[in-house]
Design a protein around this ligand. Structure first.
Ligand SMILES: [Zn+2]
Ligand SMILES: [Zn+2]
Length: 362
């Protein structure tokens, strides 16, 4: 099938929308007509060669759309179904799926990204996150495809496969925030905004949002943050401590990435508090952390990929929270772009203008 896809052919060079030739679905694979895919900050890093990508590649690791056709042996979805294409497969067969940790599924972590299409000259094209969402059609394994029923705008539903489940999972599955706890969120990009909302729904007594961008602090306040900290107006660690009786927060969620933000997140937690790290600045980055604050002061340093989500459980839960209005998605969709404007969406994400700029298809 010939369709249009945004190709990353060289790192750091604008993507080009090309006709590409999708291969036929293999057994277990599904072709999805894409209706909406959020531009994720992860792809800004991928474009800048800060992720393991092999060009030419179609970026974009989650989307929502309609099943077009299915390969042999596909049972979970059928043509015409509305589906979320998730960025993390759950193969159900590997060691990690077997121990209840599909966020570490070996298909994602150990296998190269698959070839899903070819250029007209025959050059193979890979799909980022085994999805390749910046394209009119997506070819993915059924272990990444989840049928959903909803009348919500697809631009909002498209956030389910990345930011919503990841932010929700960091709060609910990993930090296991309890009612009455104080929570601090470091970094109020799209992920941080979902963490703020999940902390509110979990019953946190105070939610402190930390970000240098004023508009992001304002949005976090409207989504449930009770206090906002500007890290450029004085030591953010001291500011958080001042808001938490001098102790630090019961739970700190880091969704920023830079080493300094990670270090500050650890020190914003109280002794014996919980810290969840989710940011990755680039693949080779490492972080130095104070040993005393961890070992002697008993902080629990946790981390997560994809919110340690189990999508069969967490996707319906997050969708019902969105449909009931407890998770507000409309505010997170700050712009919509046609596929041809993919580079505008990328720059707006990289320059912190968009929270979630969604690529929308007709
Ligand atoms: Zn993402
Ligand atoms: Zn697996």
């Amino acid at each position: 099938m010939i369709h249009k896809a945004a190709l990353l052919e060289q790192f750091g060079v604008p993507m080009i929308v090309h006709d590409v030739i999708m291969r036929d679905p293999a057994p277990g694979e599904v072709v999805v007509r894409n209706t909406a895919a959020p531009f994720c900050s992860t792809d800004w890093l991928g474009w800048k060669a800060m992720r393991n990508k092999t060009p030419p590649v179609i970026l974009g690791h989650t989307a929502v759309g309609i099943v077009e056709t299915t390969g042999a042996g596909v049972s979970a979805v059928k043509a015409g179904d509305l589906v979320v294409v998730a960025g993390t497969p759950e193969c159900g067969e590997c060691f990690y799926c077997g121990v209840g940790r599909p966020d570490q599924c070996s298909v994602l972590m150990e296998q190269p990204e698959p070839v899903v299409a070819a250029k007209e000259d025959g050059t193979p094209i890979r799909a980022a996150g085994r999805v390749g969402a910046y394209a009119e059609y997506i070819l993915a394994n059924q272990n990444q495809i989840w049928a959903v029923e909803s009348d919500m705008p697809h631009s909002q539903l498209s956030l389910l496969g990345c930011g919503v489940t990841t932010g929700h999972g960091a709060v609910v599955n990993v930090a296991q925030v309890e009612a009455g706890q104080s929570v601090t969120v470091v970094g109020l990009g799209h992920l941080g905004q979902w963490m703020v909302q999940a902390a509110r729904v979990a019953g946190a007594s105070s939610i402190i949002g930390v970000d240098m961008v004023p508009g992001r602090r304002d949005l976090a306040r409207s989504l449930g943050a009770t206090h906002l900290v500007d890290p450029t107006s004085g030591d953010p660690v001291e500011q958080v401590r001042a808001l938490t009786g001098g102790r630090g927060s019961d739970v700190v969620l880091e969704a920023a990435g830079p080493e300094l933000a990670v270090q500050q997140a650890v020190l914003m937690s109280r002794r014996a508090g919980t810290v969840v790290l989710t940011g990755v600045q680039q693949f080779q980055a490492s972080i130095n952390l104070p040993q005393l604050a961890i070992a002697i002061q008993g902080r629990r340093i946790l981390a997560c990929q994809n919110g340690q989500s189990i999508l069969g459980r967490d996707l319906p839960l997050c969708l019902s929270l969105m449909e009931s209005g407890q998770y507000q998605a409309a505010e997170l969709v700050t712009a919509e772009y046609p596929l041809e404007k993919i580079n505008e969406a990328m720059y707006a994400s990289g320059q912190l203008q968009d929270l979630s700029g969604v690529i929308s298809f007709g």
